[in-house]
Design a protein around this ligand. Structure first.
Ligand SMILES: NC(=O)C1=CN([C@@H]2O[C@H](COP(=O)(O)OP(=O)(O)OC[C@H]3O[C@@H](n4cnc5c(N)ncnc54)[C@H](O)[C@@H]3O)[C@@H](O)[C@H]2O)C=CC1
Ligand SMILES: O=C(O)C(=O)Cc1ccc(O)cc1
Length: 368
């Protein structure tokens, strides 16, 4: 008989973890709970979990591993409540929260007199979508999965947890909670603030220039995609990572003032270096590794601009059962070719799409 796993919070991340566990360990029995009963019964109906729990924290004496996959403020509350729950000796309790310092402090404080092992965790991939319907077993493939264990955590317990979730196909690494929060502040949390700020700026300017919304459809939409994420989740993340973010605000304001000076004084050389250095650093970022902000596998297709072209191309993909995550016309002008951008969840889907398009059409495909 396999292990029993209990997952609290059956959304995008909890659901994806459940599916990844089942990939490698079909004998593991997964019980789930969600404060939203519909979400829980949906998870059971679509086979993400085996059983729904009626209550959040029943006796958990038979459970080997507990995942807490709720927004981070809820995670703190659940850790406090776990203090008084019947648990198996040596049970692994882990979370998936985007912040780590407060969560680890809370677990240390509340659970240190229980015979449990708390391993902070953060799978560094996701999406701006929420809910169990968006859960995918491959969501964390090639992504970093960070653990922040204290020195009290035995190495074999980390190995046990990794073995359970190896179906995620993530790269498991360890960091201290402080390092974790500073790094994710820079590459994930602060970029959300900037994205939301850019959206607000556009909205403000729309009063003066009503065309703003229509013209913002291309690049602006791309760089602000993450502003469409779950606001409650990001509220909690910002409050948890307050200290790192306050420093980042100061650094950012200083940086923007430096840039503003270059523009004000028309310092072309400095502006060139600024963009050139940014370009060089960005071009060196690893491409195949998934970061905190997921890159999608985009494929561009030169297509003639006529009505029905989108359904024609998606029809070819449907014939070969290739799923898309997004589709967009980048540029269409009368009489000339337009560019269709298709986004896929995996590199394999993109490769199959290239073969599929060349099988059914002579449209040229390219990857940028
Ligand atoms: N969305 C993303 O891209 C990523 C999110 N995370 C972290 O994962 C956690 C979960 O995020 P998502 O799955 O994206 O959110 P989600 O909104 O898809 O799912 C969260 C689920 O938790 C449930 N929930 C809320 N409070 C609860 C409670 N007290 N008891 C039981 N269930 C409760 C909600 O009903 C919801 O179904 C968050 O802590 C987030 O910081 C980590 C990596 C990526
Ligand atoms: O696309 C997005 O919204 C993301 O930035 C995904 C994400 C969200 C939260 C995390 O802790 C890690 C990754």
């Amino acid at each position: 008989m396999g292990k029993t796993v209990y997952i609290i919070g059956l959304g995008l991340i909890g659901g994806s973890i459940a599916l990844a566990i089942k990939r490698d360990h079909p004998d593991v029995h997964i019980i789930g709970y969600d404060i939203n009963k519909n979400q829980c019964s949906l998870a059971e109906k679509i086979g993400v979990i085996d059983e729904c729990s009626e209550t959040k924290l029943p006796d958990l004496e038979h459970v080997d591993v507990i995942f807490i996959s709720t927004p981070v403020e809820e995670t703190l509350k659940i850790i406090r409540e776990l203090k008084d729950v019947k648990l198996k000796k040596g049970v692994i309790i882990t979370d998936v929260g985007s912040t780590k310092e407060k969560i680890i402090q809370c677990a240390e404080q509340e659970l240190s007199d229980r015979e449990i092992v708390f391993i902070g965790g953060h799978p560094m991939a996701g999406s701006h979508k929420s809910g169990v319907v968006a859960a995918r077993p491959h969501l964390f493939e090639n992504a970093f999965y960070i653990f922040t264990p204290t020195e009290k955590v035995p190495a074999e317990k980390i190995e046990e947890l990794i073995d359970l979730i190896k179906g995620t196909k993530a790269n498991f690494i360890e960091l201290s909670p402080v390092e974790h929060d500073q790094i994710t502040g820079v590459i994930s949390h602060f970029p959300h603030i900037v994205a939301a700020g850019l959206v607000f700026q556009a909205e403000k300017y729309e009063e003066k220039f009503p065309l703003v919304k229509r013209l913002a459809a291309g690049g602006f939409r791309d760089i602000t995609r993450i502003a469409s994420s779950n606001p409650a989740m990001w509220r909690d993340i910002l409050i948890h990572n307050r200290n790192s973010l306050l420093q980042l605000f100061d650094d950012w304001i200083e940086e923007m003032n430096r840039l503003k000076e270059f523009v004000a004084k028309e310092q072309g050389d400095e502006l060139f270096s600024y963009f050139n250095n940014a370009k060089q650093y960005r071009d060196e970022l690893p491409e195949k590794q998934k970061g905190a902000i997921p890159s999608f596998y985009d494929l561009y297709i030169d297509v003639p601009d006529y009505p029905g072209i989108i359904s024609e191309v998606t029809g070819y993909l449907a014939k070969e059962e290739i799923s898309l995550t997004n589709i967009r016309i980048i540029e269409t002008r009368e009489e000339i070719y337009g560019v269709l951008r298709l986004s896929f969840q995996t590199e394999r889907d993109r490769e199959n799409a290239i073969k599929c398009i060349s099988k059914y059409s002579d449209y040229e495909t390219f990857i940028v």
